[in-house]
Design a protein around this ligand. Structure first.
Ligand code: IPE
Ligand code: IPE
Ligand code: MG
Length: 258
C-alpha cells in the first residue's frame, strides 16, 4: 500500500468538505456544573452529542471522524470520575456497536490499551473486528491516547522491526507506525468548551490542520455547530508554506484549463 500524502512532504488536496475532522470533546463537566448536576452527567450527555455529530458527518460526506474521549493525562482525575468514564465507554460500545455496523461505520480505537481492564479491552477488539471491513465513515475514538505516546510508540515499533534505522530515518519510515497511519491528516480540528489548546492530541497529524475553537460546551454541540465549524474551515486559505499569490496563480491556471 502506498503511503498517504504527508502535508510536510507534498501538498495535499484541499477538500471543500473536510475529509477528516478531529474533535476534542471538552466542557462536559462545566455543562453539568451549570445545571447543578454531578460532572459525570455531562459525560453521559456527551454521548448524545457524539451520536448527533456522527450522523451529521455521514450526511455531509466526511470520511473520517476522530474524537478524543480520554487522554493519557485524564488518569489524574478523581478515581470515581475515571471509573465512571471507563464504564460509560464499555456501555457505549455494548449499546452502539451493532447500530454502527448496520450503518456501515468502521470503528477504530487508538491509544495505549495496556491500562484498560480485560472486559473493556476485549469489547474494543470485538467492535473493531466486527466493523473492520465497513466502507462508510471511519470513527476513531482516542482513549488513553497522547500525542507524545503515539510518536514514541511509533519510533519504538519502527526500531524493533528495523534496528538499522537507529542510524537515521525519514518521515516516511516512521509514519506507518503512527496510530492514524491509515487515515489522511485531519483537515479540520474542533475543540469545544472554550479552551484554546491541543492537550496532547494528535501532535504529529495536526501539523497543517485548520484549528477551530468554540465556547460551546460539548453536550450542547450538534449538527448546527458542526456546520458552523465547517463553514469557518471553508473560508480559510490553506497555504502549506506557499504564498497567497502562488495559490491565486494556481486558481487562474485552473480556470484557464477548464
Ligand atoms: C471532556 O469534558 C471529557 C473528558 C475529558 C473525558 P471535561 O470533563 O474535561 O469537562 P470540563 O472541561 O471539566 O468542563
Ligand atoms: C482533553 O480535555 C481530553 C479530552 C477531551 C478527552 P481535558 O479537559 O482533559 O484537557 P485540559 O486538561 O483542560 O487541557
Ligand atoms: Mg476539560
Amino acid at each position: 500500500m502506498s503511503p498517504l500524502p504527508s502535508s510536510t512532504r507534498t501538498i495535499p488536496d484541499i477538500p471543500s468538505v473536510p475529509r477528516h475532522i478531529a474533535v476534542i470533546m471538552d466542557g462536559n463537566g462545566r455543562w453539568a456544573k451549570k445545571r447543578f448536576m454531578p460532572r459525570v452527567m455531562g459525560h453521559q450527555r456527551g454521548v448524545e452529542s457524539l451520536r448527533e455529530v456522527v450522523k451529521a458527518c455521514r450526511d455531509l460526506g466526511v470520511e473520517y471522524l476522530t474524537v478524543f474521549a480520554f487522554s493519557s493525562e485524564n488518569w489524574r482525575r478523581p478515581a470515581d470520575e475515571v471509573s465512571f468514564l471507563m464504564s460509560l465507554f464499555l456501555k457505549m460500545l455494548e449499546r452502539e456497536v451493532a447500530k454502527m455496523h448496520e450503518k456501515n461505520i468502521r470503528l477504530k480505537i487508538i491509544g495505549d490499551r495496556s491500562r484498560f481492564d480485560d472486559k473493556l479491552s476485549q469489547t474494543m477488539l470485538d467492535a473493531e473486528q466486527l466493523t473492520a471491513n465497513n466502507t462508510g465513515l471511519t470513527l476513531t475514538i482516542a482513549a488513553n491516547y497522547g500525542g507524545r505516546w503515539d510518536m514514541m510508540n511509533a519510533v519504538q515499533s519502527m526500531l524493533k522491526e528495523h534496528p538499522q534505522l537507529a542510524q537515521g530515518f525519514t518521515e516516511e519510515d516512521m509514519a506507518p507506525y503512527l496510530s492514524m497511519s491509515d487515515a489522511p491528516e485531519p483537515d479540520l480540528f474542533i475543540r469545544t468548551g472554550g479552551e484554546q489548546r491541543i492537550s496532547n492530541f494528535m501532535l504529529w497529524q495536526l501539523a497543517y490542520t485548520e484549528l477551530y475553537f468554540t465556547d460551546v460546551l460539548w453536550p450542547e454541540f450538534g449538527r448546527k455547530e458542526l456546520e458552523t465549524a465547517i463553514s469557518s474551515y471553508q473560508k480559510r486559505e490553506r497555504r502549506f508554506g506557499r504564498t497567497s499569490d502562488q495559490l491565486k496563480g494556481e486558481q487562474h491556471q485552473g480556470e484557464g484549463n477548464a
